[in-house]
Design a protein around this ligand. Structure first.
Ligand SMILES: Cc1cc2nc3c(=O)[nH]c(=O)nc-3n(C[C@H](O)[C@H](O)[C@H](O)COP(=O)(O)OP(=O)(O)OC[C@H]3O[C@@H](n4cnc5c(N)ncnc54)[C@H](O)[C@@H]3O)c2cc1C
Length: 434
């Protein structure tokens, strides 16, 4: 699966890229990694990187973590130092928005009317936050977390003794809740579902995070919809569907994101959840690629299209596709097992694979402690491993998932059997058979 495969469409895009250059729309993590990789691979054609934010590409994970914990220093993970782009002859255009893709002319139109020609186009427009649509929701004290500017504004608001209401108990909402608690705020979390993280992890992990936050004094309102926000001087009153009135100085909204796929859709490219691309990141137009949060990509490991909102995917998909655009050896499919992490208080969660509601759950260790793992198995093969402070045992688990190993639940649950030993045995047995 990871063998290079020559593909004619990519050959055409490669030649076109060399002749007329590569344009990348979106200067986030994926866009930044794409242009960096093109130059690292020796690509000598023109590169234009167009981003509507004022900053050079940066990574977002710290925005809901370290950035919120202190106000006296900023933890910004730049993809490359700001001077990198000019030094590498990359025409970086910050604060610039692409308004349209003109496939017939092989060009993009900028807001303002300028046109830029491309040989190959990479769409790395990411996603935007989903906004609350209810009376009062645009009040001054409501905060979302997607950009550096968002995080800078929010960190000033997390004053010790103030009240914070978080709407949505997903990863970003919970990370912000943990940061607010750490800063000395009184935090309430309102969630429409029956427990935290309900869309992405099994119930046992959700219950663990509920208990973890409750132990830090967070108050949860589950199965709770919202009616409206009221502004009373400096205070926002969040009125729930059941009539509760929850006052706060700051409201943080984390109710998911929407892929920025409209440019592609308006240009006639197929969009479903995100921009539909194959395992080479290629859209229905052989000169246009999409990577990162906006790409609904075919992953050969799952034999289906998936949409991921993760650091790993933004990074490695962009690198793979940029390498393919420059490689004479042929194209390599992007086929990685998804990996995600989250930091809340002193708990580091890492997740390999994608959780499925119907899969069997096996617990290794004690969920009442700070370190344990939940495995998901289907037909005795591991499909997902979610570990809390358990990085060492997760690495063998990751390999067992990719190998498609047939496993015994009792053994996985037994902490006296090292995970590394299970992996070693599996490799030995395969070597014997092979
Ligand atoms: C607060 C936060 C915390 C996170 N924490 C984690 C974590 O702990 N672990 C993890 O694995 N992942 C995490 N993620 C997810 C990860 O950061 C994203 O998956 C990643 O940033 C996606 O990168 P991207 O380049 O595809 O998109 P983005 O980073 O969204 O970049 C896209 C860029 O394109 C710009 N753009 C859009 N449309 C246009 C246009 N028409 N013209 C010009 N520019 C345009 C956007 O403004 C943006 O700058 C987190 C995300 C956030 C927001």
């Amino acid at each position: 699966m990871s063998q290079p495969v020559s593909t004619l469409p990519l050959c055409e895009a490669r030649v076109a890229a060399l002749v007329a250059g590569v344009v990348v729309i979106g200067a986030g993590q994926a866009g930044g990694r794409a242009v960096e990789t093109l130059r690292a691979q020796g690509f000598s054609g023109a590169i234009t990187l167009i981003g509507d934010e004022p900053d050079p590409p940066y990574e977002r994970p710290s925005l809901s973590k370290e950035m919120l914990h202190v106000t006296d220093q900023e933890t910004i993970a730049w993809v490359q130092k700001p001077e990198f782009y000019a030094a590498n002859k990359i025409d970086f255009r910050p604060g610039t928005r692409v308004a349209a893709i003109n496939r017939g002319q092989h060009s993009v139109t900028l807001e303002g009317g300028d046109e830029i020609k491309y040989g190959a186009l990479i769409i790395a427009t990411g996603a935007r936050v989903r906004h609350l649509n209810l009376p009062g929701a645009s009040l001054q004290n409501s905060h979302y977390i997607r950009t550096l500017a968002d995080s800078r504004a929010l960190r000033q608001r997390l004053v010790a003794g103030s009240r914070v209401v978080v709407i949505g108990a997903g990863f970003i909402g919970l990370e912000a809740a943990a940061a607010a608690v750490t800063r000395g705020c009184a935090v309430s979390v309102i969630e429409i579902g029956s427990q935290p993280l309900g869309r992405v992890v099994p119930a046992q992990v959700g219950a663990y995070y509920e208990a973890l936050h409750a132990s830090h004094g967070v108050k949860f309102y589950f199965n709770t919809s919202l009616a409206r926000f009221h502004q009373r001087d400096e205070t926002v009153i969040v009125e729930t569907g059941t009539g509760d009135m929850i006052p706060a100085e700051t409201v943080i909204v984390g109710i998911g994101v929407i892929p920025n796929a409209e440019l592609a859709g308006n240009a006639g490219l197929p969009v479903e959840r995100g921009i539909i691309v194959d395992e080479y990141g290629c859209t229905a137009d052989k000169f246009i690629f999409a990577v990162g949060d906006v790409a609904y990509h075919f992953n050969p490991l799952f034999d289906r299209h998936i949409l991921l909102e993760s650091w790993q995917n933004a990074q490695n998909q962009a690198i793979t596709i940029a390498k393919n655009l420059t490689s004479l050896a042929g194209a390599v499919p992007y086929a990685e097992l998804p990996w995600f992490w989250s930091d809340q208080y002193d708990v580091n969660l890492q997740m390999f694979g994608l959780a499925e509601p119907e899969a069997d759950c096996i617990i290794r260790g004690n969920p009442k402690t700070k370190s344990w793992i939940l495995f998901q198995l289907k037909s005795n093969r591991m499909i997902c491993a979610i570990g809390m402070n358990a990085a060492r045992d997760l690495r063998p688990a990751r390999d067992l998932i990719t190998m498609g190993a047939v496993l015994k639940s009792e053994e996985l649950a037994d902490i006296s059997v090292p995970m590394a030993e299970i992996l070693r045995r599996e490799k030995r047995e395969r070597a014997l058979v092979g």
